[in-house]
Design a protein around this ligand. Structure first.
Ligand SMILES: Nc1ncnc2c1ncn2[C@@H]1O[C@H](COP(=O)(O)OP(=O)(O)O)[C@@H](O)[C@H]1O
Ligand SMILES: [Mg+2]
Length: 242
C-alpha cells in the first residue's frame, strides 16, 4: 500500500435500518470500508443494495443506526453535504442528463467546487475516460450504454471524492464493456479512490474486491475477502451458478 493512510476505517455503518413505509428493506446491517479498499456488496435483485447506497449517500433516511465517514456522523446529512464531505454516489441506471452534452453533464458533477477546480478535474476525468474527451460536445442521450456509464462515473468523479459508491455499473452492458468498466474501477482505485461497489455480477465484483458482503433480503448473511467468497460453496451456488 503506497499511501500511509491506507487501511484506516473510512466508512462505518452500524445496525442500519431503513423502511419504505411499512416495508423493512434494510434490517440492521453493519459494514465498513477502509481507505484504499474496493469493497463490494453483492446480492440478488431486491436484496437492498441500492437502498443501502442511497441511504449512505443521503438520498434516503435511515430509521435507526449510525453512518460515520472519516469518524464523523453523517446519518441524516443531505446528499449535497455528503458530496462535500468527500463521498460521491453513481446511481443505478446512470441517470445522466440526456439532453445536455457530455461536458455539461460533467460540469454538473462539480457543483460543490469552484470553476478553476472544476476545469482542472475535468482534464483529469478526460485522462481517465478518453472516450468522453473525444465526445465532449455530444448530447449525452446519444451515447452508447457503455459511454453513458463512463459519463455517470466521470460525473461522480468531478467532486473529487475520496470514496465513490457505484450502483450496478455493469448493468445492461455487453461483456466486453463490462470488462472495460471493471478495468476502469480498478484503475480509479489504483489512483487512490476508495470504492464501494454494488453488483449483481458477483463473479466480476468479487474478483476485483478486497472484501465483500453478501446481502439477502435486507441482512448481511456472509462476508470475507473477495477471494474467499469466490471460493465459498454457498456463494457459488447462490450467485455464481455453481
Ligand atoms: N421506493 C420504494 N418503495 C417501496 N419499496 C421499495 C422502494 N425501493 C425499493 N423497495 C423495496 O426494498 C427492497 C430493496 O430494494 P433495493 O434496495 O432496490 O434492492 P437491490 O438494489 O438489491 O435490487 C425490495 O424489496 C424493494 O422492492
Ligand atoms: Mg439496485
Amino acid at each position: 500500500m503506497a499511501n500511509s493512510e491506507n487501511g484506516k476505517t473510512m466508512l462505518k455503518v452500524e445496525d442500519l435500518n431503513v423502511y419504505y413505509g411499512s416495508i423493512h428493506a434494510i434490517k440492521g446491517i453493519s459494514f465498513e470500508v477502509n481507505q484504499g479498499e474496493i469493497v463490494t456488496l453483492i446480492g440478488a435483485n431486491g436484496a437492498g443494495k441500492s437502498t443501502t447506497l442511497n441511504t449512505v449517500g443521503g438520498l434516503l433516511k435511515a430509521s435507526s443506526g449510525t453512518i460515520e465517514f472519516e469518524g464523523k456522523s453523517i446519518a441524516g446529512t443531505p446528499a449535497h453535504k455528503v458530496v462535500s464531505e468527500g463521498m460521491a454516489l453513481c446511481p443505478e441506471g446512470r441517470r445522466i442528463f440526456q439532453r445536455l452534452t457530455v461536458k455539461e453533464n460533467l460540469e454538473m458533477g462539480a457543483y460543490t467546487r469552484n470553476k478553476a477546480e472544476a476545469d482542472e478535474t475535468i482534464e483529469k476525468v478526460y485522462e481517465q475516460f478518453p472516450r468522453l474527451k473525444e465526445r465532449f460536445r455530444q448530447i449525452a442521450g446519444t451515447l452508447s450504454g457503455g459511454e453513458q456509464q463512463m459519463l455517470a462515473m466521470g460525473r461522480a468523479l468531478m467532486s473529487k471524492p475520496k470514496l465513490i459508491m457505484l450502483d450496478e455499473p455493469s448493468m445492461g452492458l455487453a461483456p466486453i464493456l463490462v470488462q472495460q468498466i471493471f478495468d476502469i474501477i480498478e484503475s480509479l482505485n489504483k489512483d487512490g479512490t476508495t470504492i464501494l461497489l454494488v453488483e449483481q455480477n458477483a463473479q466480476m465484483a468479487l474478483s476485483i474486491a478486497d472484501r465483500a458482503y453478501v446481502l439477502e433480503t435486507g441482512r448481511i448473511v456472509n462476508s470475507g475477502t473477495g477471494d474467499s467468497l469466490l471460493h465459498d460453496d454457498s456463494v457459488r451456488r447462490a450467485y455464481l451458478g455453481g
